[in-house]
Design a protein around this ligand. Sequence first.
Ligand code: TIU
Length: 224
Amino acid sequence: MSVLLEAEPSPLTIDLATTALVIIDMQRDFLEPGGFGASLGNDVSLLAAAVPPTRALLAAARAAGILVVHTREGHRPDLSDAPPAKLERGAPTARIGEPGPMGRILIRGEPGHDIVPALRPQAGEPVIDKPGKGAFYATDLAEILEARAIATLLVCGVTTEVCVHTTVREANDRGYRCVVVSDACGSYIPAFHAAGLAMIKAQGGIFGWVTESGAATAALGHRP
Ligand code: TIU
């Protein structure tokens, strides 16, 4: 079924049969105190505002029956998939792999690596574990999307200018139409959130479109 989605820089028609919702890295490591985001010196409370819109979007996507994909950034316990350039960067209070209140920082299988309870994946929803910022790098996301003939991605999650942006750029070059859901994204740096969204839709939509969760849930046929 094709539906009209209000967005910037222009409305667009999306076919729900070939549309997927991709929720980027809504993990405790980024949203809760004591995780990776906090270790980098960030105020993690800034990401909380993205949870209710993402929850509404997730409910609408499930009700519409579209493919829902969740991603998680993290590394193997032996850190063999973590390049030294990533491990050494910055001056965090705790480095990737070091112990914290939610287990080892940004390590698969640890409590901090989990998706926040409000957005927990359901059975049948693929969860992509990724070692990088982009969801296509070193993952099977492309194969999962190709198997379902997905053409359009509704993208949300954290953080806007880091993992959401990197994934949208990767997807754009792979031929996907990307629609970023602005209020279902969040950043530790509000100016970068705004700039990141502006970059997507500038120049006639150089990377895609930007919409809001209300417009996206309406297009998905959600009746609150
Ligand atoms: N998921 C994601 O965006 N990873 C980051 O490291 N983001 C930061 O903003 N640091």
